[in-house]
Design a protein around this ligand. Structure first.
Ligand SMILES: [Zn+2]
Ligand SMILES: [Zn+2]
Ligand SMILES: [Zn+2]
Length: 274
């Protein structure tokens, strides 16, 4: 059975945010547990990781992720909480023992490539790296019966931000952050699928937000719209994730809001069987 792991569940500045004195950060400090959130990344099976931000190494250690077996890094966009390629410097000889045939393919947009080159230069083979530019709607073969389809995100118009529809055998999981309400071009791609599991951007919490990121109210509305359009199976799991302390609701408060709608609340270390 393949597992999808939520390795991180916070927006850019983590939660508690590093210098923050707000109620949500102070309360998270006091409570610990699920209230402590690192920057959002995901892990699928043993070989696929989605996004690679400032907490990637900590997440690898904490959740015992076999990064030495990673084959694919799927990057959603170049914001530094999702893409901090300087850590890839340590794939080079002298820092990590990586077999010559052990190649890690980074999939991302043109801006993701620019940042990768700025971090490690253009001699990718020295780092046992390859780069593939993503195109919305064009499937990526991940091996082991897995496939990813990049879907355009409603996020930052300065670059082609995407999220990924993941197929594992006959199961379909949609990882959808960072995004606001789906763009027409996203609905166009998603219309061809019946999704089993969704992990959905919920950055803004109780704050009203429909563009760039979603507030909780719009997460519910988007789930309902996906159901109405037949994109989401009636029997599904819908999990909100990628939260900012600025959204104003702690884990338990998010659970209180979402539970009546049958929506779960993501947290660091949540393991989802696909
Ligand atoms: Zn983000
Ligand atoms: Zn705060
Ligand atoms: Zn972003």
């Amino acid at each position: 059975m393949t597992e999808f792991i939520i390795c991180g569940s916070a927006a850019a500045e983590a939660w508690p945010a590093i210098f923050c004195n707000c109620r949500c950060c102070q309360e998270a400090f006091a409570r610990g547990g699920k209230e402590i959130r690192t920057r959002t990344t995901y892990h699928l099976g043993d070989t696929v990781h989605i996004d690679f931000g400032p907490d990637a190494c900590t997440q690898m250690q904490r959740f015992r992720l076999p990064f030495d077996r990673l084959k694919h890094l799927l990057i959603t966009h170049s914001h530094q909480d999702h893409w901090l390629p300087s850590e890839l410097c340590y794939r080079r000889p002298g820092f990590s023992v990586v077999d010559e045939e052990n190649i890690l393919t980074v999939h991302g947009n043109a801006r993701v490539r620019e940042k990768l080159e700025a971090a490690v230069g253009d001699d990718f083979p020295f780092y046992r790296l390859r780069f593939e530019e993503v195109r919305p709607g064009r499937p990526i073969d991940l091996g082991d019966g897995m496939r990813a389809v990049p879907v355009p995100a409603n996020h930052d118009r300065k670059e082609m931000c995407v999220f990924y529809l993941l197929q594992v055998g006959d199961r379909v999981l949609l990882q959808a952050n960072d995004t606001g309400w789906f763009l027409d071009s996203a609905w166009e791609i998603l219309r061809d699928y019946e999704i089993d599991i969704v992990v959905m951007d919920s950055t803004s919490g109780k704050i009203e937000s429909r563009e760039g990121h979603l507030g909780c109210r719009w997460v519910v509305a988007l789930r309902d719209e996906m159901l109405a359009q037949g994109i989401l199976k009636t029997e599904h799991r819908f999990i909100a994730n990628h939260f900012s302390h600025n959204g104003g609701w702690l884990h338990t408060e998010l659970e209180e809001y979402f539970a009546p709608h049958g929506i779960e609340v993501g947290y660091d270390g949540m393991r989802i069987p696909v």
